[in-house]
Design a binder for this molecule. Structure first.
Ligand SMILES: NC(=O)c1ccc[n+]([C@@H]2O[C@H](COP(=O)([O-])OP(=O)(O)OC[C@H]3O[C@@H](n4cnc5c(N)ncnc54)[C@H](O)[C@@H]3O)[C@@H](O)[C@H]2O)c1
Length: 473
């Protein structure tokens, strides 16, 4: 495989984009004039950074027990996870499995050999499980419709499993995973990596739960807007023969590369992109939705090659312990305006958070009617408010008009690979040092919440969730 082939492929592979982070500690720029407040913020930042370092395993790394690992599915995301795992201490790669043997399998085996791992490559995961008895954990990054079978068989073979989201493209498949996890007692982490992201954890634990800075959250909105993208391609000479594709559930190379758009293989953008963020809605609200309405369709791409809806807009209704709440979410694939974020709006404040620093400052805003946050600024929970220059008024404002709230930054610097904390949480759980941040039951709840969007779009009606839909028994 040449470098050019690789470039051709990666250029059509959105999730391989480099991670370019800017320093989010902009609030720190004001330190010299902040005096004691600034010192408190600085102290908190240092404290949190030490915590982050610990989460990431940079502290006490050499004492961590070695974990023998296999990668099942070495495509775009498998390679992103590989990058992150190579930076996790004491992870020993033993095997890689991928059906694209001349391309992704070969590439990843070669990378690992360069890192001095003596790995074996397999086309068939069952052969890998038969032969590689020392493997303790399997990291699965195959297309969604394979997750259930792969995860179930790995757990039955005695392996702990990290399985990418969406847990499964069907609820039946996801149920089997939960039941097998319980039967075997193996660990099953689902790849909603924000659950281990130190900034998300800080917002939930400190700002929402402890300081209660948002008050009662009544509204959420979030989005993942993505620019128009061509279908994913492949280097012609690495085409997989039709009979082999068929054996693994694909009708053509085009479908093999663009599986997420096909019914029966993936779930379209609402599942592919939305599941990460909708997962956060439930987590931060501490609630499951009771109903949803959704609209979506083939607004741009031809339904022949992109069977799932290219645009989806959904409103979830929640019953939280404090009362009703609604969460709007949209994903569309024709315009990248404002990228992706989640915005939690309470009667005391608003939190805007994103996995990416590219578009968002990760900030929290105090409602003008809420009590002052001086205590939280002094304790360093949030930075001092950004002083907004008042523009000269050209128009006469109505006295009843709402004034824009003050912006406080979240003092958590997260300069790492997005997936590393979640993988570290998994490996440390295998070592018996931590508990999984996204175990099977949570992955299942999110699958129930997200897969119903496509159902609601098709049904063109408001659908309700029964409480028992979220349980596996
Ligand atoms: N957590 C995240 O942020 C994130 C981001 C992107 C993708 N993902 C998830 O990762 C998974 C993989 O997505 P991707 O973008 O890498 O897809 P991809 O098509 O680039 O890679 C899938 C790989 O699996 C291999 N494969 C297919 N069927 C197989 C089988 N039966 N046995 C072994 N190998 C098989 C393919 O040859 C390919 O190399 C999906 O579940 C996706 O939802 C998660």
């Amino acid at each position: 495989m040449s470098e050019k082939d690789d470039k051709d492929l990666q250029e059509t592979t959105p999730d391989r984009k480099g991670i370019d982070r800017r320093d989010i500690l902009q609030g720190m720029a004001t330190l010299p004039v902040l005096g004691l407040f600034g010192y408190a913020v600085h102290k908190q930042v240092s404290y949190e950074n030490a915590q982050v370092a610990q989460t990431l395993g940079t502290a006490q790394a050499s004492n961590l027990k070695e974990v023998n690992v296999a990668l099942l599915g070495a495509g775009a995301q498998g390679q992103v996870l590989l990058d992150a795992m190579l930076k996790c201490p004491n992870v020993r790669f033993r095997a890689v499995c991928d059906i694209w043997t001349d391309y992704n399998l070969k590439k990843v085996v070669n990378i690992l050999k360069k890192y001095n791992f003596n790995v074996n490559g397999y086309e068939d995961y069952r052969e890998m499980l038969d032969k590689e008895k020392d493997i303790e954990a399997v990291v699965i990054a195959t297309p969604d419709f394979w997750h259930s079978q792969h995860a179930v068989d790995c757990m039955k073979a005695g392996k702990h499993v990290y399985c990418e989201k969406e847990m499964s493209n069907t609820l039946e498949g996801a149920r089997r995973m939960v039941l097998t996890q319980r039967e075997t007692g193996k660990l099953l982490q689902i790849g909603h990596q924000r659950r281990s992201n130190p900034r998300y954890r800080y917002c939930y634990n400190k700002l929402i739960k402890e300081a209660k800075l948002l008050g009662r959250v009544v509204t959420i909105n979030g989005q993942w807007n993505r620019a128009v993208q061509p279908d994913l391609g492949y280097p012609k000479r690495y085409e997989i023969p039709a009979d082999k594709l068929k054996k693994y559930g694909f009708k053509s190379m085009e479908q093999f590369r663009n599986w997420r758009w096909y019914k029966g293989l993936g779930g379209g953008p609402i599942v592919d992109l939305g599941s990460h963020q909708i997962d956060i809605y439930g987590w931060f609200l501490d609630a499951r939705p009771v109903a949803l309405i959704a609209s979506g369709g083939h607004d741009y791409y031809p339904p022949e090659t992109r069977e799932w809806y290219d645009t989806a807009m959904v409103v979830y209704e929640y019953e939280t312990p404090q009362g009703g709440a609604r969460g709007f979410y949209q994903t569309q694939t024709t315009n990248s305006s404002l990228g992706y974020f989640e915005r939690f709006m309470g009667d005391q404040g608003t939190l805007v958070i994103s996995e990416s620093d590219a578009n968002y400052a990760n900030a929290i805003y105090r409602e003008v009617t809420a009590p002052p946050w001086d205590e939280w600024v002094q304790k360093g929970y949030v930075t001092a408010p950004k002083v907004v220059e008042v523009k000269e008024q050209k128009a006469v404002l109505d006295v009843r008009e709402s004034v824009s709230p003050d912006e406080h930054k979240i003092p958590i610097e997260f300069v790492d690979l997005y997936h590393r904390p979640h993988l570290m949480n998994f490996f440390n759980s295998v070592r018996g040092l931590e508990k999984l941040n996204c175990p099977a039951e949570i992955g299942y709840e999110t699958a129930v919440t997200v897969l119903k969007v496509n159902e609601a779009i098709e049904a063109r009606q408001r659908l309700e969730f029964r409480p028992d839909e979220f349980e596996v028994s």
